[in-house]
Design a protein around this ligand. Structure first.
Ligand SMILES: C=C(O[C@@H]1C=C(C(=O)O)C=C[C@H]1O)C(=O)O
Length: 163
């Protein structure tokens, strides 16, 4: 139950579309590294905000231009977002900006107020938004339990098609 669900129905705000952000860094440009980091970032956003897939309208991922081994959007499908509109692109190349960074902007239909949305900045990306680096405690085992059920067959981008 998230913060909003603890409120009485009459105290809850209207359902509107809001943005939830995430960012994470990786140490190497490989599909395994990109997908593992993107899954962890998405899982924490989902868990911290109690986000249901049916309430997610779309998600836009960027990577810095030094990451191109695979599409981070694959990680969202690995977590079950089959019907969510997804898109990937490269982040703008600001001189001296943080390298090897994956970002996401999720468009989420919610009654949660903007100030209560948990944005997730992990690893090296914590330095991007020092004001947002505190996360609710999520047991490591819980993350591992979910990620262990991820279908590894979907780990690779298949240029011939498929999911
Ligand atoms: C600071 C970040 O990096 C960049 C700057 C942003 C900003 O100033 O709000 C947002 C996204 C990125 O283009 C971030 O990802 O939050």
């Amino acid at each position: 139950m998230n913060l909003d669900e603890q409120r009485l129905p009459e105290e809850r705000g209207p359902m509107v579309c809001r943005g939830a952000r995430g960012a994470v860094t990786v140490t190497e440009n490989t599909d395994e590294a990109i997908l593992a980091a993107a899954r962890e970032m998405l899982f924490l956003i989902i868990r911290a905000n109690d986000m249901k897939p049916e309430d997610v309208a779309s998600a836009y991922f960027t990577t810095t231009t030094d990451l191109n081994a695979t599409y981070p959007a694959l990680a969202a499908r690995q977590l079950g977002w089959y019907d969510v509109a997804l898109l990937c692109g490269h982040e703008m190349t600001v001189p001296n900006s943080l390298p090897r960074c994956i970002r996401v902007l999720i468009h989420w239909n919610t009654r949660t107020q903007a100030k209560d949305i948990v944005h997730v900045y992990l690893r090296g990306a914590r330095q991007l938004r020092p004001d947002r680096k505190s996360l609710p405690e999520i047991p490591r085992e819980e993350i591992e339990e979910v990620l262990k059920n991820v279908d590894l067959a979907q780990l690779k981008f298949d240029p011939q098609g498929g999911r």
